[in-house]
Design a protein around this ligand. Structure first.
Ligand code: ATR
Length: 285
């Protein structure tokens, strides 16, 4: 009998990535399961480059019900799945797979919803009608553009070191709203209400080349990265008197909650889980 229908065992989920050992997803989903009374087992699986499809097949053969996918396999996951949600289709990347009847793989991307839910629901921020600047034009930026545009910002500008990449990305999303792309030199004399860092600069302890006067009065700055201490972009935002400075821990928990909902049909409370993660991050990194 397929373990899909084996109700004695906890349902099997995992995150696949490389590296994956520091992933907080097992902890987050463990806390969600505890809170909602769902019986799941959630592990982290390190996958070799080139081994993603085989790893997914093995996972399914073991009765796996759903996966999170992280760097560097989100595009592989997008290619592999049989069906995609519209937001995954647009993002060009899949971070959540649900194994459906007959082994059909359904792909979603919950990153953008995670970002928007954190800003709007958790923090009470506003994107609608505001001028929004998105730093970066890589996979992380692309993943959140659809849900950001759904909020109907007054303007969304993508800025990237390689300006052409920003322009091309904006072009891809132009039918969803007012979005344009440019280089950092084009930011002179511009002011923004919301600035979101989707570059990988923080990973390398770097700061994108931002002009001194970029923030409108009370502007919100959001780094999609997080860590035990403030990122260089967050420190820049503090120095430049941002109204609010946030890291990506809330986004991480919110994207996980969206995945959990897709798999289990139950929406966990995120605030207590964010609080636990925040405490643990301060203690252990
Ligand atoms: P990801 O999937 O995390 O977005 P990526 O596709 O490699 O990774 O994209 C990384 C993004 O961070 C790019 O927009 C990159 O800018 P370029 O396209 O010009 O390379 C941006 N980035 C990385 N380091 C940066 C830095 N120090 N300053 C500004 N942008 C940086």
């Amino acid at each position: 009998m397929s373990s899909l229908f084996d109700f004695d065992k906890p349902a099997l989920y995992a995150v696949m990535g490389n590296p994956v050992s520091h992933s907080k997803s097992p902890r987050i989903h463990g806390l969600f399961a505890e809170q909602t009374g769902q019986r799941i087992q959630y592990t982290a699986i390190q996958v070799d480059p080139g081994g993603f499809e085989q790893a997914v097949r093995n996972f399914m053969a073991n009765g796996g019900r759903g996966l999170n996918v992280t760097v560097p396999f989100k595009t592989n996951a997008w290619e592999l799945v049989d069906t995609r949600t519209p937001r995954a289709e647009l993002a060009g990347a899949v971070n959540t797979i649900a194994v459906q009847a007959q082994g059909v793989l359904h792909g979603d991307n919950t990153d953008g919803a995670g970002l928007v839910n954190d800003i709007v629901n958790n923090q009470g921020g506003v994107i609608a009608g505001r001028s929004v600047l998105l730093l970066g034009a890589g996979g992380a930026a692309r993943g959140v553009l659809g849900p950001l545009l759904e909020q109907r910002p007054g303007e969304l500008l993508i800025v990237n070191r390689t300006a052409d990449r920003a322009a091309a990305l904006a072009q891809n999303f132009s039918r969803l709203g007012a979005v344009a792309g440019c280089g950092y030199d084009d930011l002179a004399d511009r002011r923004f209400d919301v600035v979101i860092n989707a570059t990988s600069a923080s990973l390398h302890g770097e700061l994108p080349p931002l002009p001194e006067r970029l923030l409108a009065s009370g502007a919100w700055c959001y780094d999609m990265m997080y860590g035990a201490t403030a990122t260089p972009f967050m420190r820049w935002a503090e120095r430049h008197r941002a109204g609010k400075v946030l890291d990506g821990l809330g986004m991480l928990v919110e994207q996980a909650a969206e995945s959990f909902f897709l798999w289990r049909g139950v929406r966990p409370e995120t605030a207590p889980v964010i609080a636990v993660l925040r405490r643990e991050l301060a203690k252990h990194g």
